[in-house]
Design a protein around this ligand. Structure first.
Ligand SMILES: [Zn+2]
Length: 314
């Protein structure tokens, strides 16, 4: 017994400083000029030469209609952190909806508080936030209800642009938030511009790729960040304390400095066919370890899509 507790104690003594050292290393590498310049050059080679800035949105008509962001979980918003900051700075009104309660990995009230805290760093207030409470990991089991509720919301808000997680096979809730919001938006008389941003996927990698698009016909666009904004995004990312072991640390390990690239990627939604998987090969949520915790396959996702497509529109 004594030896076991001694072992546990020593293990804890090792893991904590190691995690802190890793975090510091990633932060230093992200902001180090030589390293980030090298990374930028590398990612510029990989991505499309087409570059745009969200400032162009201010030239759109309907100046008082908001931008809406639809997510599955309370931390998905990190994908659009710089975009949200720039829109708020320019005085635009934004709405952010989370479809699930995020309760699979921590109590829902803690997840909501973490999102509120992260977004308060860029001046986003409570009246911009909408929390629904569908069970985390199970949104595909309420397909028609969620799409109908989103349709009512879209028609009320009349957004000028919709931002969703990319369709990428990372998590079925992400893909369903994407599909449901896109479907609701397309039911509007004047559908908004629709954009997607990557979280994580298994395209072209044996483990997981963070913050990288699956190739598609629409060019990658970027929201540019200053070094201070990159640092702010890093601070926001550490706000999701309940997700440290499950998301934050894996993202830092596998996404590394790329996660805090001063170019935050997004693009106009490609013309996905949601009855087909987003890419060939194994989807991330169908692979270990997510397949053990979620137990959802692409067949289940496609079934939810089919139900929405065959349901009578509200
Ligand atoms: Zn998520």
């Amino acid at each position: 017994m004594r030896r076991e507790s001694f072992k546990k104690l020593s293990l804890r003594k090792i893991i904590r400083p190691l995690s802190i050292a890793l975090l510091l290393a990633v932060l230093l590498l992200s902001v180090h000029p030589t390293f980030s310049a090298a990374l930028n050059a590398k990612s510029a080679q990989r991505s499309s030469p087409y570059v745009s800035d969200p400032a162009s949105f201010s030239k759109l008509e309907l100046p008082f209609s908001p931008f809406i962001f639809v997510f599955a979980h309370q931390d998905d918003e990190i994908a659009y952190f710089a975009m949200m900051k720039k829109l708020v700075e320019r005085g635009h009104h934004i709405k952010i909806l989370w479809i699930t309660d995020g309760g699979a990995s921590a109590p829902p009230d803690i997840r909501r508080k973490e999102s509120r805290d992260a977004l308060s760093l860029i001046g986003i207030k409570e009246d911009s936030l909408i929390f629904w409470d569908y069970p985390d990991g199970k949104s595909i089991f309420y397909p028609v209800e969620i799409v109908d509720r989103l349709t009512v919301l879209m028609r009320r808000i009349k957004p000028r642009a919709l931002f969703v997680p990319a369709y990428e096979g990372g998590h079925p809730d992400h893909d369903f938030a994407h599909f449901a919001a896109v479907t609701a938006a397309m039911r509007m008389k004047h559908p908004p511009d629709i954009f997607e941003a990557p979280l994580y996927n298994r395209y072209n990698t044996s483990i997981v790729a963070f913050n990288q698009f699956i190739p598609a016909e629409t060019p990658t666009l970027y929201t540019y960040m200053t070094r201070c904004e990159v640092f702010l995004k890093f601070r926001a990312f550490l706000t999701y304390r309940s997700q440290f072991w499950g998301t934050v640390l894996p993202a830092l390990i596998f996404g590394g400095p790329r996660l805090f690239d001063p170019k935050e990627p997004y693009r106009k939604k490609p013309s996905w066919n949601y009855l087909n998987p987003p890419h060939e090969g194994e989807l991330y949520y169908e692979s270990f370890p997510l397949k053990c915790t979620l137990g959802i396959t692409f067949k289940d996702f496609a079934e939810a899509v089919r139900k929405v497509l065959s349901a009578r529109q509200q």
